[in-house]
Design a protein around this ligand. Structure first.
Ligand code: 7PM
Length: 285
């Protein structure tokens, strides 16, 4: 399985880590633009060294209740970082944004993947992605970031998320985005209770459709806090367990903050997946 990311073909025969790179002042205590940029690039270097295949650059927090960031401020944060990273031979740069203007500028700066938690439903987003050659991650979210965790509701969460992702894949294909440029993501934590998240993780295999790779983002999320009773800075082990489960369920890209630990988990999980064939019971006579 492969993902066409602009001029680069990302090999997903083995699962890969997408490292999370937040370029927001609240992630860096000073809030200063240049110090924030240098800190982000240093963090990206660490993640590439630890084996991240993709670096997901985000300048606007998509967390529940987060304030939105003005366009120019988001561009000022992410574009210099993307330009600095895009020259590297060993990594695909992803842009985590909701804004079509940021998608276009990021691709011009060298980004090879658009990570849009709105799955290109925002005004102008589908056209912006279709006009370029970057890959697109289509993520499911119920509601909108500010209010999505208020009262998530589904009759059958797996069926509904699956139907949504199929509809967005078709919308992209209809807009001229080739299937080889698409990946899908159930959007853990985006308008979902703990039970919804667990149902999706347990049935992940059902979301693996028609050769479109699956991305899973579980790293440090509040569902892991609920399950372990631990604060966000103590969720590495739980995140690694969740990443392992995701790959056993068919995920090919795992979005994670702790790249080295996640990569080890992926090595173990991929070996188990590869052993499934030989573990089948012998045919009777
Ligand atoms: C609450 C909810 C806090 C989500 C933090 C987050 C994903 C993503 C994010 C994901 C894709 C975080 C997130 N999560 N993009 N962006 N998939 N494609 O943990 O699961 O950073 S934001």
């Amino acid at each position: 399985m492969k993902l066409q990311c602009g001029g680069r073909l990302l090999d997903l025969t083995r699962p890969v880590v997408m490292g999370v790179l937040n370029v927001t002042p609240n992630s860096f205590s000073d809030g200063g633009r240049f110090i924030g940029r240098d800190a982000a690039l240093a963090q990206a270097d660490v993640m590439v060294g630890e084996g991240a295949a993709i670096i997901d650059v985000g300048g606007e927090s998509t967390r529940p209740g987060a304030e939105s960031v003005p366009l120019q401020q988001e561009l000022d944060r992410v574009i210099p970082v993307i330009e600095a990273l895009a020259g590297r031979i060993d990594v695909v740069v992803s842009i985590d944004t909701l804004k079509p203007d940021v998608m276009r500028a990021a691709e011009a700066a060298g980004a090879g993947l658009i990570n849009d938690v709105m799955a290109l439903r925002g005004a102008g987003s589908l056209a912006a992605a279709a006009a370029g050659r970057a890959a697109v991650c289509l993520m499911h979210m119920q509601g909108e970031p500010r209010t999505m965790q208020a009262a998530p509701h589904y009759v059958d969460v797996v069926t509904e998320v699956d139907a949504f992702l199929r509809e967005r894949v078709q919308a992209c294909i209809d807009a001229g985005i080739d299937r080889s440029r698409l990946c899908v993501d159930p959007g853990f934590g985006f308008g979902k209770t703990l039970d919804h998240n667990l149902a999706l993780l347990a049935a992940l295999q059902r979301l693996c459709v028609d050769g479109v790779p699956l991305l899973a983002g579980l790293s440090r999320k509040s569902m892991l806090g609920t399950l372990t009773g631990r604060p966000v800075e103590q969720r590495v082990h739980a995140s690694v367990a969740a990443a392992t489960a995701a790959v056993l369920g068919g995920a090919r890209i795992v979005r994670a903050h702790d790249v080295a630990a996640t990569r080890d988990a992926l090595r173990v999980a991929e070996a188990i997946v590869a052993a499934r064939q030989s573990a089948l019971p012998a045919q009777e006579s």
